[in-house]
Design a binder for this molecule. Structure first.
Ligand code: UDP
Ligand code: MG
Length: 328
């Protein structure tokens, strides 16, 4: 069986279209399949729409999270719920075209255990992002201590064995495209053209994107920490030269020069403490071992599933919660 895992946050406008496209692609593969939609604390009617879909589509599994946990938390909950022998991850806004999925499954049948979908092109309506994505991948490519395919997001396929390896990692700040490369296994790459989202707004805020980029960088490189040494060296040298010149002259402009040097030397440690903080904060995250997300309820339409509930009303929310820790 193939599981398709899709996080959903306020996507009421596109759920019907999305499911159509996904089921068309999956039927084409001839495999048995399920699609796990993770409702990541949507405030619109996404959950109701997904539950409605489930009445006619037995392949649909709905995971309802206790609140909005963000893209990674939602994906993680989906990965823990999926039961397939291979698991396909994709976004719910059709930026990751479902018609690429049969290609991934073909690669998997031919022996690949990881299939990474790499963007040949990216349609991005938001100008700032169109500029920042290449910058991020360039930095990542230059400083990562482990080679990670660039221009690849979460879109791809994982064999069950690979998922088990990923689930056994205890890391909380997960950069999935990086970890997916890091665990190894036979890997295939499929190329695709990334579309613009077909409806609604992008859900990831600028701040959360920066956090994600910093997760990626800090979890795959120590080089920013070493940057402190380099900067400190340059700073000391510059100051020593300026001080020497200042001692040898009486001109007024040297006062400004010294002032600049002092300001520069003052801001250097702050910058370095900032970098340290990025790592230290993540160490603190890991020590606390908080779950990546909390599942409130799983709805399956299988006859043998306990969660079966087809009443017209949404069932009352169970108090019992299932926590999803990085380790399964
Ligand atoms: N998403 C989510 N939780 C969030 C934000 C986003 O589950 O807090 C989902 C969203 O519904 C979509 C996917 O994650 O299916 C990617 O989000 P989005 O398209 O906004 O990201 P972008 O493509 O802009 O990077
Ligand atoms: Mg998107």
């Amino acid at each position: 069986m193939i599981s398709v895992v899709i996080p959903i946050y306020n996507e009421e406008q596109i759920i019907a279209l999305l499911h159509d496209a996904v089921s068309t692609a999956m039927r084409e593969t001839g495999e048995t399949w399920e699609v796990v939609y993770i409702n990541d604390g949507s405030r619109d009617s996404s959950l109701e729409l997904l539950r409605q879909l489930q009445r006619t589509e037995p392949e649909v599994v709905v995971v309802d999270l206790s609140r909005n946990w963000g893209h990674m938390g939602a994906l993680h909950a989906g990965l823990q719920t999926a039961r397939g022998d291979a698991i396909v991850l994709m976004d719910g806004d059709l930026q990751d075209p479902p018609d690429v999925v049969p290609k991934m499954i073909t690669a998997w049948r031919e022996g690949a255990q990881v299939v990474t979908a790499v963007r040949k092109s990216r349609k991005e309506s938001r100008k700032a992002l169109a500029l920042l994505f290449p910058l991020f991948y360039r930095i990542m490519g230059a400083i990562s201590d482990y080679p990670i395919p660039l221009n690849a997001g979460i879109f791809g396929l994982l064999d069950r064995q690979v998922l088990d390896s990923l689930s056994s990692l205890r890391e909380g700040n997960r950069y999935l495209p990086g970890l997916r490369a890091w665990v190894g296994y036979r890997t295939a790459i499929v190329y695709y053209d990334r579309q613009d989202r077909i409806g609604g707004e992008g859900k990831l805020s600028f701040v959360s994107r920066i956090k994600y980029a910093m997760d990626a960088i800090t979890s795959f490189s120590y080089k920013p920490l070493r940057l402190s040494f380099v900067l400190a060296g340059i700073g000391f040298l510059a100051t020593a030269v300026l001080a020497a010149i200042a001692l040898g002259s009486h001109s007024n402009s040297m006062a400004y020069g010294l002032f600049a040097a002092v300001a520069f030397m003052g801001s250097l440690p702050l910058f370095c403490v900032g970098i340290l903080g990025e790592y230290l904060g993540r160490v603190y995250d890991e020590v606390r071992q908080r779950p990546l997300s909390i599942i409130q309820q799983v709805y399956r339409s299988d006859a043998n599933a306990q969660e079966l509930n087809f009443s017209a009303e949404l069932p009352e929310r169970k108090v019992q919660r299932q926590e999803v820790y990085p380790a399964a």
